[in-house]
Design a binder for this molecule. Sequence first.
Ligand SMILES: Cc1cc2nc3c(=O)[nH]c(=O)nc-3n(C[C@H](O)[C@H](O)[C@H](O)COP(=O)(O)OP(=O)(O)OC[C@H]3O[C@@H](n4cnc5c(N)ncnc54)[C@H](O)[C@@H]3O)c2cc1C
Length: 308
Amino acid sequence: MKTLVIADHDNGILKPETSKTINAAVKLGNAIDVLVLGENISEMANQVASINGVATVLVADNAIYGHQLAENTADLVLSLAGDYSHIVASATTTGKNFMPRVAALLDVAQISEIIDVVDAETFKRPIYAGNAIATVKSLDSKKVITVRASSFDLQTEQAAATVSALDSTFDNHLSQFVSVEQTESERPELTAAEVVISGGRGMQNGENFALLNGIADKLGAAIGASRAAVDAGFVANDMQVGQTGKIVAPNLYIAVGISGAIQHLAGMKDSKVIVAINKDPDAPIFQVADYGLVADLFEVLPQLENAL
Ligand SMILES: Cc1cc2nc3c(=O)[nH]c(=O)nc-3n(C[C@H](O)[C@H](O)[C@H](O)COP(=O)(O)OP(=O)(O)OC[C@H]3O[C@@H](n4cnc5c(N)ncnc54)[C@H](O)[C@@H]3O)c2cc1C
């Protein structure tokens, strides 16, 4: 019984989700190999080798994997699958892209977004937008699992494990990379940030989101938004937090002018400390908030920034 974890990275920068996913994989109790695929990734493969619990790092360094196209990635994973009882990846954009293909090609059911490992066959995962936790048992011969990384801690480090290059390449020509459009930001990535400050419909317009900038700068925070703020065109949709947006669990989450609809809570209620600023004392966000400020955001945000 061995586990294969597929590393998640962004243009050669290893994502913290990889370490957290390895933390989840350790709980399965098997030896762990990690597949790192991409182009010019030797430095990153060495980083993975130092994550505690990793036995071997398998490196597929080839232009074919430069953009981690799901079709080629799934074929590569499939070629290795024979040796493994568990195949595990983070439930990120990349993992959610290729893992269902791996499950389909193996003819097994994917176990999605686990938040805990009970044993090697039994897992906990949120359902109904996080309002209930299902304990699921899979009897499939191979378990294809995506991990909600925010539910697991970063792994500690170890002396470097063995790094081994893979020679075989898979290019099935089913897809080709055309272009990528990415938001450039100097702020931390939402799902990895220690502090997140989010604005909702109460911000009234996109310009007013500037009120969050100064606070975010002082706290080293990422800026998020509710779906109402995104749908109204205040900010870009990659800032959306919630059921149909990003799932975050920072040490500190500050919700400003956000009512606290269950779909928003599904994306942030596992944050360690939640602060809510809302002028309506009955807003549901106060039910999950550790600290609540009933106030007009336009008065208190400048005061908060000054105080910081
Ligand atoms: C299938 C589905 C998926 C969804 N997915 C998501 C999702 O991923 N993320 C998400 O966020 N939503 C999601 N939604 C939408 C969700 O139901 C809510 O409509 C949305 O979260 C509301 O956003 P809001 O809190 O910003 O707006 P509102 O509910 O309108 O709340 C605005 C809040 O601002 C406060 N406010 C107004 N002015 C001020 C002021 N001057 N000072 C202080 N407070 C003020 C008000 O009191 C109010 O509480 C989804 C809905 C559906 C049906």
